[in-house]
Design a protein around this ligand. Sequence first.
Ligand SMILES: [Zn+2]
Length: 409
Amino acid sequence: MAENNSGAGTRFLLYPQAPTTRGYEKPELVWISDPLGTVGAGPSNDRMYVVDPAIEKTPYEFPFLPPYNGPSFPMAEPGPDGHFDHLDPDSREFLGAHVFGCVARVLDIWESYLGHRIDWHFAGHYQRLEILPLIEWDNAQSGFGYLEFGYDVSESGAAHPYALNFDVIAHEIGHSLLFAEIGLPPDGFTPGPDFVAYHEGISDLCSLIGMLHFDTAMDRLLRRGSGNLLAMNELNAFAELADERQVRIAGNARKMSEVGEEPHDRSRPFTGAFFDAVVETYHNMVVDQGLVDLPRHGIADARDLNVDLADRYGRAFEESYDLNHFRFKAALSDARDIMGTALARSWATLDNQNLDYVTAGYAVCDMLQEMNEGRVAETVMECLYWREILNPFDTFTIGQGRGRNRVWV
Ligand SMILES: [Zn+2]
């Protein structure tokens, strides 16, 4: 009997990390929410399409903008069942399908946090996003109406297309999300240093949160430390050695007094604060749920653990982990989604002309309060203090001035 599966979505194969990364050599089967039959050749749907240039195309730069009208490689076709998981990962067509699937996946995640559809900021000019999976460039960019990817050349001389790198794709879409939800400052207005750094930080968090939606990544992260993610924060060497690039970036220990105005550099304390907050929220949850035998409310700041305490935490997790993997994973999913939702919903309150870290940080805490997550809000505040983004003495003054004198419980 024929079965109607159209509501189930469409299948793609996605690499959670670049396939050259240890432990991530195989792509994972992922469903995107587009109903079966609505994703056409390219792939393409009602808001984006892939076009794969068959010439050595250089990056778009004003006034050269989409659409690309030159010669192109054959489009990826859906399989007989309408899905895209039949493509050979070594084929040219796979590159475009991989980018398309990653973009659709990231949109699914952030639309679920925002509670509404994300409309491209360029929608008044271009109906759909143009995706170019492989051009002649050693970088990737998200621009007005397009997303394009070059490739990296390793020391051995091998070319590694960014189109296979979820981390890079999700980061670029992070910029698009902010353009869509906060908008661009008006022409002629020069934003402050925090605006561009905030963009970079959110894009890296978009990539981190996206990575945490892959079973492969969640399982590897948890199993590596028997569920103890504090180990990754506490000795920064762990983060630096992590297989996942997102953890190497977000697991940094930079404070505001240690960074300059270069946007990527300046984004590190902000990204790091939210990474710490996800990790600490997860740890508080597993202790509160009785999964780990440690005192309630006893989780020390990840950055202040000494060797003895770290050993004690490590042993407590090891004793419990094997029997409770799925419950640990559920807690990490919850911590991830609380933070993702608060970040996403804070965007509606931000103003693209006056955006700074302090306002953006408080906006997330306000949203957490609205979500009845006061304890998580407190964790975020502490992480922002540690990074020197918020000053404990500012809270009172700012609270008085801006109606934010709330009790963080
Ligand atoms: Zn960026």
